[in-house]
Ligand binder design. Structure first.
Ligand code: ATP
Length: 616
């Protein structure tokens, strides 16, 4: 049967052949009679719900077509006059009521197929002129796609609002007329103005008058682009609070093309707060350095400072060996603090009440080494006009620090071994056996194992002194020590030179950290001393430190050692010539052109301060 030949649906005989028209509608439409029976179900409705009109007509299956729970449809509620049940039945839906017999509901529907669609559903009652209800018509427009876009837009707007709200910077967006369109939470807090009051106001009303002119100049220069980068506005801008108070700000301006007109966004930061934070960070850093130094001093060894975990572990072991009489061998590159540590060990030993005698083996001429260590009798050799005690005798009951032990001639090594084994020795040119109770601390920057292999160092002596070897790592392997020691020397030299230095200039610490320090702590100390001497401002500037020339790194011929040796030799010669007299016209100081105290200081540094000279 042709569609046009079909009889009228029973309930809509008042609409002659309207069924044909309604069937063509793109909108899904059905009609129910007052007994809630479906009397019309158009083609779009069948397509939308998946239920053919034959399956629905004359039944109340229209309910299940739109909800698995068979909820009454809008048409049903209208017929029963029960619109007040809408909120309970469709809590998430958005109703729009046009009149008592015409209502719209926008909501998500689930069909028998399981598919979900967002529908704009509208229902109207049809009545005859006497007011008798004939039927209810319900139409459905599928708004799924626009609804998803709306939801996505709302979600992205909420996300954007959350981002803008949580931004630390105050954000002010405006068009060419400067009227504010966006004023985030940080802006409310910074300027003390609620968003509602700020929107629509001119953006430059939050700037001081000078800054307004500057912003105007910037706006005229800005070329809005779709992916514009922010442009920093140079320093010197001032914000204006609602209270009239001006305050320094840092700002960046972005000019982007959004829609037809350019959109400008000012990001503003309270520069005062930033500076206060920077000052607080500097203060905390200085405090941290100081505390680290204190901790290091308390935990460890007097002036021997370290923040390096490796070295701290080593120092804990040293702490245990210090009170014993065990021989300690300190190994490490030049300037790593071997002598300083030797002194600390002596201080922590039961011999601290007695003397620590230092001998720098590298500074002694070969022919004088034995007499230096073991003393000589009068006339033992040319120039030995007096009998003289050696360092072993002087160190009796105390500690003997043999620095650069690897430099000892082989013959002296043999004699040293005998003393260490039996505690007895004979002065050069003498026959009396003498005894000395000495604790030995030896140090070297050479690789003694290699010297033993090459026959430069006796293996028996090596094993005798290798009882408790300590390897002090070079400064470049303990990066944490660089700021600690640098700050320590900074304070020390600043107070010594009466300079009110408080800190290093920006970038200085980075320079110190990135240098390789071939001369280790001694070199660092010298660099800081020089910088403090040259500094005028309260900030101390470290000049760029050159890359270390390879020769300095070589363990065999480090330049600083050579200079030291020359200086030591000259002092020793002058002392020998003056018979270890320091002051007076014939004294070594006068020969060297030095003040006697300066000479004493240098001698102490080189371990040359013996009993002969101490008294003179
Ligand atoms: N950890 C440290 N803490 C504080 N000062 C240190 C430290 N290490 C070294 N120094 C200082 O560095 C300088 C060099 O140290 P020291 O003379 O002890 O080194 P060294 O290893 O014996 O050198 P060399 O092998 O050249 O004799 C000294 O002025 C010392 O006080």
């Amino acid at each position: 049967m042709n569609r046009s030949d079909r009889p009228h649906p029973a309930g809509i005989s008042f609409l002659p052949r309207a069924d044909l028209l309604l069937d063509q509608l793109p909108e899904a439409l059905f009609i129910v009679d007052p007994r809630h029976r479906v009397v019309f179900w158009n083609r779009a409705c069948a397509q939308l719900t998946g239920l053919a009109s034959e399956a629905v007509l004359k039944t109340d299956r229209h309910r299940e077509a739109f909800s698995p729970e068979r909820l009454p449809t809008l048409a049903d509620l209208l017929l029963d006059g029960e619109l007040d049940r809408l909120p309970a039945l469709y809590p998430a839906a958005i109703p729009t009521r046009f009149s008592s017999d015409n209502i719209r509901l926008d909501h998500w529907c689930t069909f028998p197929t399981g598919e979900r669609r967002f529908l704009a559903t509208q229902a109207t009652l049809l009545s005859d002129p006497s007011g008798k209800i004939l039927a209810a018509v319900q139409t459905h427009r599928d708004r799924t796609a626009p609804r998803i876009s709306e939801e996505q837009l709302a979600e992205s707007e909420a996300r954007l609002a959350a981002i803008l709200g949580s931004s630390m910077d105050a954000l002010l967006s405006f068009r060419k007329d400067l009227r504010l369109e966006l004023f985030n939470g940080a802006a409310e807090r910074l300027f003390g103005v609620p968003r509602a009051a700020a929107l629509g106001r001119r953006a430059d009303s939050f700037l001081s008058s000078r800054s307004r002119r500057l912003l105007g100049r910037f706006l005229s220069l800005c070329r809005p682009e779709s992916d514009a980068e922010p442009v920093w506005i140079p320093e010197g801008l001032n914000g204006l609070r609602e209270s009239g108070e001006e305050f320094p700000i840092e700002a960046a301006l972005t000019a982007s093309r959004v829609g037809e007109h350019p959109l400008f966004t000012l990001s503003i930061r309270d520069a005062g707060a930033l500076r206060r934070a920077q000052r607080a960070i500097l203060r905390l850093r200085l405090e941290k350095d100081y505390l680290e130094e204190r901790l290091s001093q308390e935990q460890d060894f007097g002036e021997f400072l370290t923040a390096s975990p490796n070295l701290r572990t080593i120092l804990r072991e040293v702490e245990q060996v210090a009170p014993t009489d065990a021989t300690v061998l300190l190994q490490g590159e030049t300037g790593t603090g071997k002598e300083l540590l030797a002194r600390a060990i002596h201080q922590k030993s039961r011999r601290s009440g007695s003397i620590l005698v230092s001998v720098n083996c590298a500074a002694l001429p070969k022919e004088l080494v034995e007499s230096e260590l073991f003393g000589h009798e009068k006339g033992a050799f040319t120039g030995a006009v007096h009998e003289r005690k050696g360092r072993f005798e002087l160190a009796d009951q105390g500690t003997l620090f043999l620095d650069e032990i690897g430099e000892l001639p082989l013959a002296t090594q043999a004699k040293l071994l005998r003393v260490l084994q039996g505690g007895e020795f004979v002065r050069v040119g003498g026959s009396r056996t003498l005894r000395a109770d000495v604790r030995l601390i030896a140090a070297t920057n050479r690789c003694l194992e290699e010297d033993v292999r090459d026959g430069r160092f006796r293996s028996d002596l090596f094993y005798r002194i290798h009882v408790f070897p300590i390897q002090i790592p070079p400064l470049r392997e303990r990066p944490r020590d660089i700021p600690l020691l640098a700050n320590f020397f900074l304070r020390r030299f600043a107070s010594k030179l009466g300079k009110p230095a408080v800190a290093f200039s920006p970038g200085s610490m980075e320079r110190l950290r990135s240098y390789s320090w071939p001369g280790n702590v001694r070199e660092l100390q010298n660099v800081i001393e020089r910088a403090v001497i040259l500094s005028r401002a309260p900030l101390v500037e470290i000049d760029p430190l050159g890359a270390a020339p390879p020769s300095i790194l070589s363990p065999l011929g480090p330049l600083p050692i050579r200079l030291r040796e020359v200086e030591q030799r000259q002092i020793l010669e002058a002392l020998e010539q003056s018979r270890w007299r320091i002051s007076g016209p014939q004294g070594a100081a006068a020969r060297l052109g030095l003040h006697p105290n300066t000479l004493r200081f240098r001698m102490k540094k080189f371990g040359l301060l013996s009993s002969q000279s101490r008294s003179k």
